[in-house]
Ligand binder design. Structure first.
Ligand SMILES: [Fe+2]
Length: 187
């Protein structure tokens, strides 16, 4: 499935991409340097995905769902935890025992986020939200991901949620560093 469609289709496509990276990591033996490559690629996708969700999905959840504030707060907390794990992972090489421990925790955390959104949050939002609103949010999320940071910034303020996006310099610097270091690219 390619990118496109309404906000739910777009975010589900992101989920499948991240699961694909996790599958590649799990298929390789502990210490293989490509596990780091796929962890970097998963992190790049996850950071952009989380920023876009925080900027556009959770405000819509708060607006359209009866218990939207509680749901959005929970998802935002999950993101903060995952972001700290990705930051810790950034410091580990593939042969560091900490790498295996943290990537295991991150995969558990993200798989539970994916299940929660796809089984609970997305069906509720689709039922509560007009289709043209979901389509419009899909466009906004795609645009946000183009500018979003690609590295975890757990100390950056999470509330109001759009803060990270409203500081486009962060995304710019991340992309420049990625280009210079070849992060996420196979050598
Ligand atoms: Fe998500």
């Amino acid at each position: 499935m390619g990118h496109g469609g309404d906000v739910i289709d777009e975010l589900v496509t992101d989920h499948r991409e991240v699961e694909e990276f996790f599958g590649r990591i799990e298929a390789l033996p502990s210490g293989d340097k490509d596990r780091k490559l796929y962890a970097d690629q998963a992190t790049i996708e996850l950071v952009r995905h989380s920023v876009a969700e925080e900027a556009y999905l959770y405000p819509a959840v708060r607006e359209h769902l009866a218990n939207g504030d509680a749901l959005a707060d929970k998802e935002t907390d999950d993101h903060s935890r995952a972001e700290q794990m990705m930051k810790d992972l950034e410091a580990c090489d593939a042969d560091d025992p900490e790498f295996d421990r943290i990537i295991g925790m991150l995969m558990t955390e993200i798989r539970s986020h994916i299940a929660d959104e796809e089984q609970n949050l997305f069906p509720k939002l689709r039922a509560a939200c007009p289709e043209n609103t979901l389509n419009d949010l899909g466009d906004k999320v795609r645009q946000a991901k183009k500018l979003a940071p690609t590295r975890p910034h757990p100390s950056a303020p999470d509330k109001p949620p759009a803060n990270k996006l409203l500081a486009p310099g962060v995304g710019l610097i991340d992309r420049l560093r990625d280009a210079l270091t070849g992060r996420g690219k196979k050598d």
